[in-house]
Design a binder for this molecule. Structure first.
Ligand code: AMP
Ligand code: ZN
Length: 489
């Protein structure tokens, strides 16, 4: 039998057995990117996590509806209800249309999503497509829960029960860092509609009962999640920073809108941060860690996905190039094992209609593999323990004297959850050319052939000279590499 799916709920700070609100279904909302710049790889960790969650729900047999939003308005430079709109600021600095900026970075984000093997959600909800619905939502809660100030419509957090329970940091000290706005009733009150200051115009602004302006970021997520998934829905995800302000504020709005003390979602899940010591994750720091930088340096994006899967999503993960290199080597080993199996098995392994589920894998793989499939299922069902799940997949790939087609089928089933795309990858796909190298592959192969000939003639001086020449141009010759690579850049 399939192991019960246990997920850590930030709201209760406990592992809970997943119980869908609509039988057989799972409805998930993930806070999406603010598209004023390229996402960094830390941001992308949030979507790799949400993707693994979605894939696991599919594996458990639930019909998944996943929504990821695109924030193109309303996210301020400071989460604590202060500062400028991130997109307006970027547009002003670059003298560009805000809509062009939003489109450019949305597409850049989607390219990263694709490169990382993140599945397409049922909906990408774009905040500016929901302005009318946001105004309707705000109107419905304004009388009982909001008040107007010079700056716009503010939400009074004292009007809902237990505000801030998700953060558990609802102390005066914690609120001290929230910039005081003249007239706010409580330090934690936040703007749900922001009026354009008199005499200014924004590139993005709309008429509302509270003046011309733009919605607050928190309002957007409440509206899009409720509209597309219906309150209450099953799971809401985001990075751990959202546990402190953004999600408590969403919850307060949901309570107001639903006339209920419930939060609007049964389970709130948060991925921990990817950290990097030298500060390269910060988007303001010139060269920052975005996926394209990894690719430019010769690392396949799926090596980064694997790096994420090696850690538990609730643990902080430290980025290093060595760690990424190790993940790439591990990925290569898996791909080589799959290639060796494919070489012995001509027919392609079909993806079953509707995708792999535990039940189908249990029923359809050779009975020899059922215990491995069950262990894999236990791992992912244990709050998405992908680190253990990976070792089970590797164990499968290392089995000797098995029918290759049957091993490949079981591997395909496991990879449906991990999303590494192992069956479609080749060793050659993983060899990316670093952008900075000036030497072509043909030239390298030619030099290696000459070196081989020299060695065959025992002309070691010539062989060493060729090796030295290649090294000077950034190519390392690798004699006897366990993975069979002859060179690397
Ligand atoms: P943003 O585009 O700033 O709204 O962030 C998009 C997502 O990335 C949010 O869910 C954040 O919580 C998350 N996030 C931001 N920084 C990191 C990081 N260093 N590691 C993991 N997740 C992050
Ligand atoms: Zn959100």
């Amino acid at each position: 039998m399939s192991a019960p799916l246990r997920l850590f709920n930030s709201l209760t700070r406990e592992l809970e057995t997943f119980a869908p609100i609509h039988p057989g279904e799972a409805r998930v909302y993930s806070c999406g990117p603010t598209v004023y710049n390229y996402p960094h790889i830390g941001n992308m960790r949030a979507y790799v996590f949400a993707d693994v969650l979605g894939r696991t729900l599919s594996w458990k047999g639930y019909a998944l509806t996943h929504v990821i939003n695109i924030t193109d308005v309303g996210h301020l430079t400071d989460d604590a209800d202060a500062g400028e709109d991130k997109l307006e600021k970027a547009a002003a600095e670059r003298a560009q249309s805000i809509w062009d900026i939003a489109r450019h970075y949305t597409e850049a984000y989607w390219a990263d999503v694709k490169a990382l093997g993140i599945r397409q959600p049922a909906h990408w909800s774009i905040a500016t497509d929901y302005i009318e619905a946001m105004i309707e939502f705000a109107k419905s809660i304004a009388d009982q829960h909001c008040y107007e100030l010079e700056g716009g419509l503010y939400f009074d957090v004292s009007t809902v029960a237990d505000y801030g329970r998700l953060a558990r940091a609802h102390t005066d000290e914690g609120e001290g860092r929230i910039e005081a706005v003249e007239g706010k009733r409580n330090a934690a009150d936040f703007a749900i509609w922001r009026k354009t200051p008199a005499g200014e115009t924004r590139q993005m602004e709309w008429d509302s009962p509270w003046g011309r302006g733009a919605p607050g970021w928190h309002l957007e997520c409440s509206v899009m999640s409720g509209k597309l998934l219906g309150f209450p829905f099953d799971i809401h995800t985001g990075g751990i920073d959202h546990r402190e302000i953004h999600h408590p504020n969403e919850i307060a709005q949901n309570q107001a809108f639903c006339h209920s003390d419930a939060s609007g979602a049964n389970v709130w899940m948060h991925n921990n941060f990817l950290v990097e010591r030298s500060g390269k994750m910060s988007k303001s720091a010139g060269e920052f860690l975005r996926l394209q930088l990894l690719i430019d340096k010769g690392y396949h994006p799926l090596a980064y996905r694997l790096m994420c899967l090696q850690a538990h999503y609730r643990s902080e993960l430290e980025f290093s190039w060595e760690g990424l290199g190790a993940a790439l080597t591990r990925l290569k080993r898996m791909v080589m094992a799959v290639e060796a199996l494919k070489a012995r098995h001509e027919a392609p392994v079909e993806q079953p209609e509707g995708g792999w589920t535990y039940r189908r894998a249990h029923d359809e793989v050779n009975s020899v593999f059922v215990p491995l499939v069950a262990r894999f299922d236990e791992a992912v069902s244990d709050d998405l323990n992908t680190a253990v799940a990976l070792t089970v997949l590797e164990e499968l790939l290392s089995l000797k004297k098995m029918d290759p087609g049957e091993v490949l089928t079981a591997a395909a089933a496991m990879d449906a959850v991990l999303g590494l795309g192992l069956l479609g990858l080749t060793r050659a796909d993983l060899r990316l050319r670093p952008k900075a190298t000036a030497i072509g592959e043909a030239e390298i192969e030619d030099a290696l052939a000459r070196r081989k000939a020299a060695r065959a003639e025992k002309d070691f001086a010539a062989s060493d000279a060729i090796r030295g020449d290649l090294a000077a141009r950034g190519v390392e010759v690798m004699d006897g590499d366990p993975l069979g690579w002859e060179w690397r850049l």
